[in-house]
Design a protein around this ligand. Structure first.
Ligand code: F6R
Length: 599
């Protein structure tokens, strides 16, 4: 979703703005722009397309201003175009702003402004905000901002600059991420931490409705009531290297290869003397709950399905799972005896955040499983467990998914301990996961060969049962999002209730069979597809699978619960290579955004 950068400091603003926008490219965008305050007034340069096009355009301008704002736009209201791209300015070009989010009541505000004689140049909801600032401005931009905030509904991260008060940026947020960085001789802001890392690791996290006024050498924070407050400066543990490609062609491949390390990091300190330690949750008595809800979107939802399955199996308490966009509108039964787990890499996904707030309002105990430190979901939940995947830049989630699986398995065992259940074998095997993942990565050539079967396919069929079904759901999502091959995942036993009608000579079936109690059943289902002409790629842990699949990969054998983590690697690499052979933009698939901060 949209990316924002802002700079107020001693040097020129443009270098920070542009490097920050490039670090936010992964969020997805279709146009980009910057405004700086020059001696002659506001200078705005923007265009439809990629940052490279903006850079070319900028060569004709000499932007040297010390205060500026930048934006990459992911279209919501209005097509991708020059006019709809940000920053937006008022009529006499004295105020400029960038906005991430959606102003839900923009139509009504627009009508009001039209009545006051204002003209609109774009189809965006954001232009309403800059014209509203113009309308309320009477010599004090902070006061105008206060009045605007009272009027706008929806979600926003806003950075506002004006030639009337040229040494400052006003920053305010609600339900959209915005992080402020303290540098030597500058204060900066951005939608996500990687945009700041080249300049600083010292950050402030803004809460909803909080306002910050950034100047070269001072910063002021105000709360909802416009009273001055103090905020804690936090040093984030990420390093710049982690946000670079490190010699890999793509972030996706780099992040797939980081998995042994980040799994190790996620396990670190959490297994001690054959016990799972999650100190963050020590105050919770899990026996008080009569049901558990897992809520998330996309890949995080697939990780949740696996976590939910394992938790229910271990503690025998009903566990429900839902995608966040459904949960919030399905009138779920939630009360004080409900434990709700929200899983989110970014910690900013709008639907997951709304679901969390719903659960809290009904008295549930909430736990966030998040990757981004200080993200809104991690701060809003009663408790938070962090995956230690580091910054995930590729839009398609890989290392965040496997670390979510690891953490949810640790969580399930942790809760199970309170119920008197301990699985020493699995606890020992957990420690060995990084090595096993490394070993599978060593077989990369096999997955490249398997992926070559997909090059000219329009469709692919993924099948599995039980936990293998949660794995194939994720495998199919990965393949379709990066390679644009239509892929669906089916419970293998459901094939003959409909989907098998699609199987014909040359269809590709990707089958996962790792769960000993049902593997034989899956093998029979695979056989049924082979009999109808399918070419099968089989991922199994059985050394002698009883079927004749030409393309078989045998995984290391571990406890069934842990097998999902190992299965993920071949499926990710097949999706990666399929996209690569087809020449797709692996890191930035079309139409997708990394952090989905709108409904
Ligand atoms: C797919 C993918 C998405 C995200 C989903 C939720 O590869 O990355 O499906 O998993 O948008 O995002 P988070 O985890 O940030 O809440």
């Amino acid at each position: 979703m949209c990316g924002i950068t802002a700079f107020s400091g001693k040097g020129p603003a443009l270098p920070f703005l542009m490097q920050g926008l490039s670090k936010l490219e992964y969020r997805g965008y279709d146009s980009a722009g910057v405004t700086t305050i020059e001696n002659s007034g506001l200078k705005t340069v923007k265009c439809k397309g990629r940052l490279a096009q903006l850079e070319t355009k900028l060569e004709d301008y000499h932007l040297e201003g010390h205060v500026g704002i930048g934006h990459t736009r992911w279209a919501t209201h209005g097509i991708p175009s020059h006019l709809n791209s940000h920053p937006h300015t008022n009529g006499d070009e004295t105020i400029s702003l960038v906005h991430n989010g959606i102003i839900e009541n923009y139509k009504e505000l627009k009508d009001e402004l039209l009545e006051h004689g204002y003209h609109f140049h774009s189809e965006t909801d954001s232009e309403v905000v800059v014209l509203l600032l113009d309308y309320y401005y009477q010599g004090d931009m902070l006061e105008a901002t206060r009045k605007v905030i009272e009027r706008i509904e929806g979600s926003y991260a806003l950075c506002i600059i004006t030639t009337h008060e040229p040494d400052q940026i006003i920053v305010v947020k609600k339900d959209s991420p915005l992080i402020i960085g303290k540098c030597d001789g500058a204060y900066v802001a951005a939608s996500d931490i990687p945009a700041l890392l080249e300049y600083t690791k010292d950050v402030y996290f803004l809460d909803d409705y909080e306002i910050a006024v950034l100047k070269t050498d001072s910063i002021t924070f105000l709360n909802k009531n416009f009273r001055t407050i103090k905020k804690e400066l936090v040093t984030v543990p990420y390093d710049l290297e982690a946000a670079k490609k490190d010699g890999y062609d793509t972030f996706m491949l780099k992040e797939i290869f980081e998995q042994p390390h980040v799994i190790q990091e996620t396990l670190r300190g959490r297994i001690q003397d054959e016990t799972i330690k999650l100190d963050e949750l020590d105050n919770i008595d899990f026996k008080q709950f009569n049901k558990v809800h897992f809520v998330a979107c996309g890949t995080a939802y697939h990780a949740s399905l696996c976590g939910a399955h394992i938790l229910e199996h271990l503690i025998k308490v009903p566990v429900f799972k839902d995608v966040a966009s459904e949960y919030r509108y399905n009138d779920p039964v939630i009360d004080e005896k409900t434990l709700c787990i929200f899983v989110s890499q970014s910690g900013e996904t709008a639907d997951t955040l709304a679901a969390l707030r719903l659960a809290k309002s009904k008295g549930a105990t909430t736990i966030a499983v998040a990757n981004v430190l200080g993200s809104t979901i991690s701060r809003d939940a009663d408790y938070v467990l962090y995956t230690c995947a580091g910054p995930e830049i590729a839009v398609a989630s890989t290392k965040a998914y496997t670390t979510q699986l690891v953490l949810l398995i640790l969580f399930a065992y942790y809760v199970a301990q309170q119920f008197g259940h301990v699985d020493l074998k699995a606890i020992h095997e957990l420690k060995d996961l990084p090595n096993l993942v490394q070993k599978i990565l060593g077989d990369i050539d096999s997955f490249e060969q398997f992926a070559s079967l997909l090059e000219h396919q329009r469709d692919a069929y993924f099948i599995g049962r039980g936990l293998d079904y949660t794995s194939v759901l994720e495998g199919a999502l990965k393949l379709k999002e990066v390679s644009y091959i239509h892929a669906d995942a089916y419970v293998a036993g459901e094939l003959k209730h409909g989907p098998i009608a699609l199987i014909e000579e040359g269809s590709i079936v990707i089958a996962v069979a790792t769960q000993p109690h049902i593997a034989a059943k899956t093998m029979s289902n695979i056989q049924e597809t082979i009999a109808r002409g399918a070419e099968v790629i089989l991922i199994t842990n059985s050394l002698n699978p009883p079927i004749d699949a030409r393309y078989t990969y045998v995984l290391p054998y571990v406890s069934p619960i842990l097998q999902t983590i190992l299965v993920a690697i071949p499926l990710q690499l097949m999706a990666y290579f399929a996209a690569n052979i087809k020449g797709c933009d692996v890191d930035k698939p079309r139409n997708l955004a990394k952090s989905v901060t709108v409904e």
